[in-house]
Design a protein around this ligand. Structure first.
Ligand SMILES: [Mn+2]
Length: 488
């Protein structure tokens, strides 16, 4: 058997010779094999130097607008160095520069790629790699990956801020749409028998892994309802099926519990002035809404232990709930984003009575939305979300019968679109009936004089006078509206 060469068609699916892969493991000090070829050592030398990122490795610079860095190696924490190393490895495998490969365990969060998915995947891969090293296991690498596209990372400003504070270079993140990720995708698709995946913040493989990793799920660390989709080697699902509630509000609480469970993890939490502890704590603070009444007893107990590893915690603004929320919701940032970015960032679709309701939530005010809808270079973005029975687009998975844009910058507004005959007229009446009372809507004239062309003219706008704007309230009203429309 020979070591599989990543990215090469003829070798995909071939099993990996353990001895060979041991010899070709490229990594931190102490892990460079003695028997490696000169060619391979050259590869390792490049890797170990952890040179700052170059355009060649990372692709087009345009993808990195809105993300700080790149960082020099002495600016990276242990966590940051681990990630850079994995990124370099992938680049080398992809380029064919290294002829063998390690056995891969991918650590993946869910498709929504929110802070707890991204930071759980990264920190858990780091813990697994360091635990293996401590145990003298050297033939498996743990690759943390992010399912959102690289160019959309900047939309997650709170995640970007947390990782930047933790000495991680965001350019080093490994995204599913990276060219260098193709060989890894190959391992998933070719049903490579040595490949393993660890699912964090979800328990049923989604996205490009959906239906393809059965029997290869090594671990699950999650806090959502158990979908019973996989039999994993090791499973922690912090969800109480009796109460229907998670027992930890953040996947990062689940990961932190693992870190606290052994000496390797406890040391890593302390390193670099508590960089890992602070990353996990920041996400737990976000997901528990500031560790108040929303947090579970377990979240609170774990947070207290993490705090002990972080010095001068009171002076760290990025560990304040308010600061983190401001990063995430920053209206100036969202105003500067494109309409496409506003709509895709937080989108969900609900079915009802054979029809669909799509809702995008974004931190814009009505004025900023109208400006974007009036801009012909941006307004086309709504077409991705509105189903037009006269022009069916089979590829547009996110198109819905009714599309609503929730404007979560106070004063809240709701924009409603539909191209299904009769629905728009029906919605104008329905959204003012007691069935929609919970949203407290008042119609506003979005298009004075009725003279606006394009999407602006086909949208109805409502002021929403409620204390909070949440899809948990808007979704059911939209579903009730579709049910009533079908019945009438
Ligand atoms: Mn989560």
């Amino acid at each position: 058997m020979k070591a599989a060469l990543l990215g090469r068609e003829e070798d995909s699916g071939a099993s990996v010779d353990l001895e060979q892969s041991e010899q070709t493991t490229c990594s931190r000090s102490g892990r460079i094999p003695q028997a490696a070829s000169l060619f391979f050592l050259l590869g390792c030398a490049i890797l170990v130097s952890l040179a700052p990122p170059t355009a060649v490795i990372y692709g087009q610079g345009a993808n990195f607008v809105g993300v700080p860095g790149p960082l020099k190696v002495d600016e990276l924490s242990g966590l940051g160095k681990f990630l850079r190393e994995q990124h370099h490895r992938l680049a080398q495998w992809h380029s064919g520069e290294v002829k063998g490969r390690d056995i891969v365990t991918m650590v993946a969060g869910n498709e929504a790629s929110d802070a707890d998915s991204i930071i759980s995947a990264l920190t858990y891969a780091y813990l697994k790699e360091e635990e293996d090293l401590a145990d003298g296991i050297r033939d498996r690498v743990y690759v943390p990956m992010v399912k959102c596209n690289r160019r959309h990372m900047k939309l997650r400003q709170e995640t970007v801020a947390i990782l930047s504070h933790a000495g991680v270079d965001l350019h080093d993140m490994i995204h599913a749409d990276d060219e260098t990720f193709v060989p890894l995708k190959h391992l998933v698709e070719a049903e490579d028998s040595t490949f393993r995946v660890i699912l964090v913040d979800h328990n049923e493989a989604d996205g490009f892994m959906k239906g393809l990793v059965q029997g290869r799920v090594a671990e699950i660390l999650d806090h959502h309802m158990d979908q019973q989709a996989h039999v994993a080697g090791k499973e922690t699902i912090a969800f109480d099926s009796k109460t229907g509630k998670p027992t930890m509000m953040s996947a990062c609480s689940v990961i932190a519990e693992r870190y606290l469970g052994n000496a390797v993890g406890r040391q890593l939490l302390k390193d670099d002035d508590g960089a890992v502890a602070a990353s996990l704590l920041a996400v737990i603070i976000i997901d528990s809404k500031g560790l108040g009444s929303h947090a579970t007893a377990t979240d609170k107990a774990i947070a207290e232990k993490l705090k002990a590893d972080i010095s001068n915690i009171e002076s760290k603004e990025h560990l304040q709930f308010k600061w983190l929320v401001q990063k995430k919701e920053n209206p100036e940032f969202w105003k500067s984003a494109t309409l496409e970015e506003n709509l895709l960032y937080d989108y969900k679709q609900f079915g009802e009575a054979g029809l669909t309701c799509g809702i995008s939530a974004t931190f814009l005010d009505l004025e900023a939305l109208l400006e974007k809808l009036n801009d012909p270079s941006q307004s086309g973005a709504v077409n991705e979300y509105v189903k037009d029975p006269a022009h069916v687009d089979e590829d547009a998975e996110s198109q819905s019968t009714v599309f609503m844009i929730m404007l979560k910058k106070s004063p809240f507004h709701l924009a409603v679109l539909s191209r299904q005959p009769g629905i728009r007229e029906f919605s104008v009446k329905f959204l003012r009936t007691p069935a929609a009372k919970s949203l407290n809507l008042t119609p506003v004239s979005g298009c004075p004089n009725g003279a606006c062309p394009g999407p602006v003219a086909e949208v109805d706008y409502y002021a929403q006078d409620t204390a909070i704007a949440t899809r948990k309230a808007v979704g059911p009203v939209c579903q009730a509206m579709l049910a009533a429309f079908v019945k009438k």
